[in-house]
Write a protein that binds this ligand. Sequence first.
Ligand SMILES: Nc1ncnc2c1ncn2[C@@H]1O[C@H](COP(=O)(O)OP(=O)(O)OP(=O)(O)O)[C@@H](O)[C@H]1O
Ligand SMILES: C[C@H](N)[C@H](N)CCCCCC(=O)O
Ligand SMILES: [Mg+2]
Length: 209
Amino acid sequence: MERLFITGIGTDVGKTLVAAILTEALQADYWKPVQAGLTPATDAGTVRSLVQNPVSRFWPERYRLQLPASPHAAAAAESLTLRPEDFELPETTNHLVVEGAGGLLVPLAPGFLVADLMQQLALDVVVVSRNYLGSINHTLLTLEALHARGLRVRGLVFNGEPTPATESFIREHTGVPIMPRLRPETDVSPAVVSRYAAEFRAWLENSAS
Ligand SMILES: Nc1ncnc2c1ncn2[C@@H]1O[C@H](COP(=O)(O)OP(=O)(O)OP(=O)(O)O)[C@@H](O)[C@H]1O
Ligand SMILES: C[C@H](N)[C@H](N)CCCCCC(=O)O
Ligand SMILES: [Mg+2]
């Protein structure tokens, strides 16, 4: 059974798109524990609109915060304080895809980071690395922090224009498993998600979990 926490090297790197692809590949359930920003769409709404299989269940967010900001600030704006004990994994026997908020060290509350929630939930981790100048550093920092916290990386997804010098350095320096890559798409649609899902399904089947 695959139980995956999707994180990334920052915000807007493609976590929701990768989460949709993995949800479709595994016919998994999907859960976004903390959603900061509710318009124009929530991440769960986006994944639901991109996934076509009839099996996936979409579990309600534990926190739905109005402000598209860091969760600790979005919560404070509503006089809320998120606490570790608020978060329990959905009770499902299906594969599960959980999506974080922003990057690994994003604050949920004072003294409580996304990485702390990840340690608490103890899922395998998928890291999304979008390609931009500076992404090598952000990717290596993320992988070091995951390693320091004893979190197991199931795979790294490169997203964007293929950049061999970046990708080969990260692969050789860290030894992290590399999942299929995403290219820039003109239209992020269910058909595109379905095409990538087939690639990811094959990768997962050939790589012991
Ligand atoms: N390979 C790609 N081709 C085209 N568009 C992409 C690609 N990857 C991501 N995008 C687009 O970039 C935007 C940001 O991606 P996404 O919402 O998946 O980021 P995120 O990491 O989930 O952000 P957040 O931290 O808010 O959850 C979205 O509009 C998404 O459709
Ligand atoms: C609102 C946004 N789309 C994400 N959900 C939250 C990003 C928080 C980033 C905080 C930070 O690293 O400075
Ligand atoms: Mg997202």
